[in-house]
Design a protein around this ligand. Sequence first.
Ligand code: NAG
Ligand code: NAG
Ligand code: NAG
Ligand code: NAG
Ligand code: NAG
Ligand code: NAG
Ligand code: NAG
Length: 823
Amino acid sequence: MKESSTIFLFLCLLSVVAFSSAADTLAAGEFITDAQTIVSARGEFAMGFFSTKGNPRNRYFGIWFNKISNRTVIWVANRESPISNTSGVVRVSSRGIVVSVNQSTDSLWTSNSSRSVKNPVAQLLDTGNLVFRDQSEPQNFAWQSFDHPVDNFLPGMKFGYDLESGVDRYFLPWKSEDDPAPGNYIHRVDKNGYPQLLLWKDSVPWYRTGPWVGSGFSGIPVLKPNGIYTPKFVINDKEVYYVFDLVNRSESPITRLTLTPGGVSTRYTWNREKQEWSQYLTLQVSDCDRYGICGSNGVCNVNKSPRCECMDGFSPKNPEDWEEADWAEGCSRNVPLECGNGDGFSKITGVKLPDTRWSWYNRSMSLVECEDKCFKDCNCTAYSNTDIRNGGSGCLLWFGDLKDMRGYSEDGQDLFVRMPASEFKRSKNSGQKTRVWIILISVFLVLAAIFCLFMLYRIKKRRINSAGIVQLNSINLAATDTDESPDLDLPLLDFMQVANATDNFSYNNKLGEGGFGAVYKGVLEEGQEVAVKRLSKDSRQGVNEFMNEVSCIAKLQHRNLVRLIACCIDEGERMLIYEYMPNKGLDSFIFDKEKCKSFDWPKRYNIINGIARGLLYLHQDSRLRIIHRDLKASNILLDYDMNPKISDFGLARIFGGSETQASTTRVVGTYGYMPPEYAIDGLFSTKSDVYSFGVLLLEIISGKKNRGFHHQDHNLNLVGHAWRSYNENNLADIADKVILESSNEHEVFRVIEIGLLCVQEYPEDRPNMSSVVLMLSSKIPLSIPKKPGFYSERRKPNDTTSSSTNHTSSSINSYSVSFFAPR
Ligand SMILES: *[C@@H]1O[C@H](CO)[C@@H](O)[C@H](O)[C@H]1NC(C)=O
Ligand SMILES: *[C@@H]1O[C@H](CO)[C@@H](O)[C@H](O)[C@H]1NC(C)=O
Ligand SMILES: *[C@@H]1O[C@H](CO)[C@@H](O)[C@H](O)[C@H]1NC(C)=O
Ligand SMILES: *[C@@H]1O[C@H](CO)[C@@H](O)[C@H](O)[C@H]1NC(C)=O
Ligand SMILES: *[C@@H]1O[C@H](CO)[C@@H](O)[C@H](O)[C@H]1NC(C)=O
Ligand SMILES: *[C@@H]1O[C@H](CO)[C@@H](O)[C@H](O)[C@H]1NC(C)=O
Ligand SMILES: *[C@@H]1O[C@H](CO)[C@@H](O)[C@H](O)[C@H]1NC(C)=O
């Protein structure tokens, strides 16, 4: 008995000794020189000296991913004191880790541990954490690099406060690609009021994620469970921090959230096959993400122009500035609050919750208690739940002006804003009573709604059954219950139904041949007119994957997008059923000598704006981030009121698989609308769509096709002609004569310039769609466009009408290019 426990003790000691002298540690008396590195136990991370590309003389001590070919540094010690030669050494002292120059007593950097230790060791863990501790205490760190982050947020790292020890972990990104010293930005958890993440630039709030609302941050579209990582925000008496963990440490790809020198947070995942980082998610995507762009009590909305609106019951403080798109002064109440005089709350939905630095919270209160609490405090201006999961819980109160709100369609939260009695037209002293009435009426309305839905469901079912064919299966795989909200479900038709609707895909019903397949007009049993897209069979996706994509696309709803109303997966066929657009494509108007005459400037301007907004919506919705890849006049359909609707979006996803910015060997697009980087290198991004949009814009204004453009003076295409006219200060030469009669010349010229900005040769020079929408809707000054891409290119004259080329392929630089005729 005694013997065995001695052996056990001995083994323990042995393992401690073996552990401490392992290759991942640096013990007293040992050095790391410039040429040496230390690698963590399983080889995940390495530490040592490095230089940046642009500045090879300066040496820094840091940590990087060891298994990634392209060195990605995640942490730097002596960021402000580089060593200008290779005589740097790293050692440990009882106070911490020391970076210095050999044989110098001055240290360049020390880790400044909270306490000194007897037998100091530094150890690099497989999480990327460099810890300083006593040899005998493997779990008790006197210092750790995870408490002093630089610009990379890794799994398991805590971003925020330890309220007991006072440790505050925040990010100070590099000054530039080649200078690891702290730059202008700082990203930290702000624990004033209800905690939130705030990015500051030069001590001014720059970007705010919004408070944590249970499943994510209020300002970021809800993150779906993704199989890679799960984020969490912890708030308790001891700690306030944000953290994420990998779903499965051995399976999930390497991922990190990085703050660039320019202050943009981007999440990357490592793509093992391509051996490169791919962008997974980017925060701060639109100008609405700029802190407080709409001022106090203003709401920013990327899908609206102008961007900023006052909340109901508020008006611009300075209407003139507001008109000029200078919204900084914000909005004030139309009628001042008269506390306790019958005031109440009006609900606004779908917003990013206002800045919580002036807030109070209690996470166990209910919404009713919350309203009561806010109602009783005359300084309380708004309230909401702190957690939106499971019907909502918790209480968050705001005091004073409401700042930095954003409105968006699907993902925002409900906010209840205090309003004076006159805004409700209610009688005095009725606060409590009204609320009882509201509750009673709501209960009644809910019951009535349930009853109506039930009846509707029964009627629908009966009608379908009597028609004898339609079986409305739900494509929403998770939702088989009929009491799921019906609007998200996409009806699934069978082959026979679609064949009947289109008269067996008869030639007479064929509307055209677009990218990815033929399109037919059809009439469903119920009499609804539809357009049926019969996808060509080279989509290699599995059925589930296809259905997932399609149901995602169906959820994209915007007034400038053609709506998907059903789909069909049957008999080896895949078909998408869209709403029918009687006015056909934009090409049939702008390029038609007769029809274009009735197409005056207001109509064209409205169409340009609509396309811009639709495209912005596609690019902006961070959950999908659709790149259209085949934007052209024939893909813009017009409804009865001549409103433009983008069609064929999301199809590239179905065919091309993943949609992160990447390169592809299969270039899909239409010649004349393709930017150079896309046609030549197969690279696509949202900026390729911006290029196509620019071409389209010039076509709409000139009434001429980019390809097939002729001018007696030169051999340029339309883009080239526009560029030439711009440089000759002769913009009137570009515009269709019809529109110059119906417009203010300057407005047309401004829009042409915006078009030229969009077709610039280099993608990084082109504006993103949110800037385009902003430029179109305001008078902000424009930058000077640079040379466009592809402007001097001249094709053979007989190559100019693409309407006769169906699915021909040719090859440019070994990439296959498919030409699709407009339909
Ligand atoms: C490493 O990554 C950087 C930034 O992503 C890139 O510019 C560079 O070309 C890459 N280098 C190698 C060798 O892959
Ligand atoms: C290396 O550079 C440091 C300053 O960075 C300097 O103090 C030291 O003397 C230099 N050593 C050699 C050998 O040049
Ligand atoms: C420090 O410099 C001395 C003399 O140049 C050299 O002998 C020694 O090896 C160096 N030590 C380290 C850790 O580089
Ligand atoms: C460590 O402490 C010293 C003295 O308090 C200070 O000068 C130095 O900047 C600190 N180093 C770091 C890395 O915080
Ligand atoms: C992680 O993935 C591995 C390999 O697929 C599997 O064996 C393991 O059970 C997974 N672990 C968890 C926690 O899901
Ligand atoms: C929070 O609200 C709950 C429920 O109303 C209450 O029991 C608790 O005391 C409140 N906590 C604080 C700190 O106000
Ligand atoms: C409301 O705010 C004013 C000024 O900030 C303060 O003096 C007053 O005490 C507050 N009232 C309540 C009920 O908190």
